[in-house]
Ligand binder design. Structure first.
Ligand code: GSH
Length: 206
């Protein structure tokens, strides 16, 4: 049995849940991080010295870093799956988009923390506005890519879509003005049509 440590409202946990659900793998999830705590205990730190979530335990194997977990699950349990294709160029394309999330994640995190996790009286509106503008510019890069195919890395769902899934929902949920991005919106609607996405990733951000 796989065990996933991490609270269900963490974007990095959500993408792992989504993959587990898409693959139909049995797993147990243990709430940890945020208000649940548990990540400062010596037991948790022995599994994951960063004290962050998620952490995956598979028998005597423990793994942290969400993208590494996604790749491990595909390799170990679904090596023929199109989620992480084996052909070098197709795989590199998926990896490229997963890595680009580190760039987009910077302004997106400022917006998320500013609008969701910070009380209104303590918000840095100038920083939030700058981040909205930068995130919008970066999401537009995905919008342009999605003009050519229905999913981020091609014609089928891959780990690239899963990596962005939580952030995409938040982007459309934020009460902000966004640049027009029809392909991004169509992609979001396409993801919402997947039961696992609708159920686990499209809740109100908290
Ligand atoms: N690069 C790490 C980042 C993990 C991370 O930052 N997790 C956040 C939640 S999204 C966390 O643990 N925050 C502290 C907490 O929840 O207690 C990954 O992708 O797994």
């Amino acid at each position: 049995m796989l065990t996933l440590w991490g609270r269900a409202n963490s974007s990095n946990v959500m993408k792992v849940i989504w993959l587990l659900e898409e693959l139909g793998l049995p797993y147990e999830r243990i709430d940890a991080g945020g208000n649940f705590g548990r990540t400062t205990t010596p037991e948790y730190r022995a599994m994951n010295p960063t004290g962050l979530v998620p952490t995956l335990v598979d028998g005597d194997f423990t793994l942290w870093e969400s993208n590494a977990i996604l790749r491990y699950l595909c390799d170990a349990y679904a090596s023929e799956s199109p989620f992480w294709p084996q052909a070098p160029r197709a795989r590199a394309n998926v990896d490229r988009w997963m890595d680009f999330l580190f760039t987009l994640g910077r302004p997106q995190t400022v917006v998320f923390w500013g609008l969701v996790r910070t009380p209104p009286e303590r918000r840095d509106h100038a920083a939030i506005e700058t981040a909205i503008s930068e995130a919008g510019r970066l999401w537009s890069i995905l919008d342009a890519e999605l003009a050519h195919h229905p999913f981020l890395a091609g014609d089928t769902l891959t780990l690239a879509d899963m990596a962005y899934g939580p952030h995409l929902h938040r982007w459309f949920w934020f009460p902000i003005e966004r640049p027009a991005a029809p392909h991004l919106r169509a992609w979001y609607e396409r993801l919402l049509a997947r039961p696992a996405y609708a159920r686990h990733l499209a809740a109100t951000p908290t």
